[in-house]
Write a protein that binds this ligand. Structure first.
Ligand code: UDX
Length: 414
């Protein structure tokens, strides 16, 4: 927003993060963000602070607060959002707009709007879900594929609608009520999770029948009513959104006595979890007794182009094999620091060569470009046993086989 000419104040409760931004460093990996940040920083339109009173002159206040899975169950933990909301309404300018970006259980915005209506400040609440994908955050923000605004009345959404028209005149806008806006976001993520789990269910069927799930995905995907996107089979979805969003949706459905309606999501969550255990089973079948066997893990992040390791399938598989006694070494182009902070007992190496050296089994678990383009002829010299598990079904089977590798995967036999 600062790059588009707006004056922006970023407030966070974490002084370390704010300090890093003030020093000119983006404290996480997101392609293109560091360059954009450095350019915009010079414009002086971007201020980072822990002092919320600095928002006193702002016309629009965006709440970009995480709503993680609660420690007690499937529901979303709204405590950070509620704390931020209460602080913001206390410091916000009279007549200003509060915009919720967080993914929340349906009904939250209506509840927060009631709190605002008891204030004398004439604040307005909009709910405006965020659809950006990690790894594509900059382009998804500058060129959003849609804008959804939930408000109590059409006229309450006009200011934000105009604001987005200035950013992205082409993006279709959906101005609607609060529950619809909240639901668009959770429904979108539930649908994406459904597509991935559907293909991973087909992968289980393929394993039992000798079919090839990748050919199946290609062949059903050419039908544009189905589409090939998000039919990537393998070790399944992770990250800070899809897993916790379908669980929070399930928890909310139970509260609304709609448990049966969304019960399919519980199955899709289980299919997704099973993809990880199926990968471990393939590794164990190959290794025999895993004790002391070296397993090279390519990828720790939950997806490529990100250093996010929240609910990462790759890391969970690595951790399980390590617990079973294998000598697991993990490499990743960006996520080693975050992985080591979460699981310090595992072994990490930033060199792909050293990770592969002497490996009894190689597992490609996050499909970074650098791993997809490995030369099988070159790297075969490094490993002890040339067996690779392609956890994302991205390698060219023939090229690897011709080079002398044995390939393993879910939902296909070679
Ligand atoms: C998701 C939504 O895509 C985004 O719109 C929303 O705002 C936030 O949640 P993100 O979590 O960044 O975005 O990742 P996404 O690209 O959706 O991938 C999620 C997971 O699914 C990753 O672990 C990825 O590896 C996996 N995936 C994706 C598959 O297993 N198969 C696929 O075909 C696609």
């Amino acid at each position: 927003m600062a790059s588009l000419g707006y004056e922006v104040i970023v407030v966070d409760v974490d002084p370390e993060k704010i300090e890093q931004f003030n020093q000119g460093t983006v404290p996480f990996f997101e392609p293109g963000l560091t360059d954009l940040f450095r350019t915009v920083r010079q414009s002086q339109r971007l201020l980072f602070t822990t002092d919320l009173t600095k928002i006193a002159d702002c016309d629009i206040n965006f709440l970009c607060i995480g709503t993680p899975q609660s420690s007690a169950g499937f529901s979303a933990d709204l405590s950070a959002l509620e704390r931020a909301f209460n602080s913001v309404i206390a410091s916000a300018k009279v007549g200003s707009l509060i915009v919720g970006k967080s993914t929340v259980p349906v009904g939250t915005a209506e509840r927060l709007a009631k709190v605002i209506s008891t204030q004398k400040k004439k604040l307005t609440l909009n709910w405006n879900p965020e659809f950006l994908r990690e790894g594509h955050a900059v382009s998804d923000t500058l060129e959003p594929n849609r804008i959804v605004i939930g408000a109590e009345a059409q006229e309450n959404a006009e200011k934000l609608a105009d604001f987005y028209k200035s950013i992205s005149p082409k993006a279709p806008q959906f101005i609607t009520n609060f529950p619809t806006a909240e639901l668009v976001k959770v429904a979108a993520n539930a649908f994406l999770a459904t597509k991935i789990s559907f293909i991973n269910a087909m992968s289980e069927v393929a394993d039992a029948t000798g079919a090839d799930v990748t050919v199946l995905a290609d062949a059903i995907g050419v039908d544009d009513r189905i589409g090939r996107k998000f039919l990537g089979s393998g070790i399944g979805f992770g990250g800070g959104c899809l897993p916790k969003d379908i669980r929070a949706f399930l928890a909310r459905a139970d509260e609304l006595e709609l448990g049966e309606t969304l019960a399919f999501l519980k199955e899709f969550d289980l299919i997704n979890q099973r993809a990880r255990t199926r990968a471990v089973a393939v590794a164990l079948k190959e290794l025999g007794n895993p004790k002391g066997k070296k397993v090279a893990i390519l990828g720790a992040a939950f997806k490529p182009e990100s250093d996010d390791i929240r609910d990462s399938p790759a890391l969970e598989i690595a951790e399980t094999l390590s617990t079973l006694g294998a000598n697991v070494v993990i490499t990743d182009p960006q996520a080693l620091h975050s992985a080591a902070a979460k699981l310090p007992k595992l072994t990490y190496n930033d060199s792909v060569t050293e990770t592969l050296r002497g490996a009894d089994l190689t597992m490609l678990l996050t499909e970074w470009g650098a791993y997809r383009s490995l030369d099988p002829v070159q790297v075969i010299e490094l490993v002890k046993t040339p067996t690779i598990f392609d956890g994302r079904n991205v390698l060219d089977v023939k090229t690897w086989q011709v080079a002398g590798w044995k390939l393993l995967a879910l939902g296909r036999t070679f």
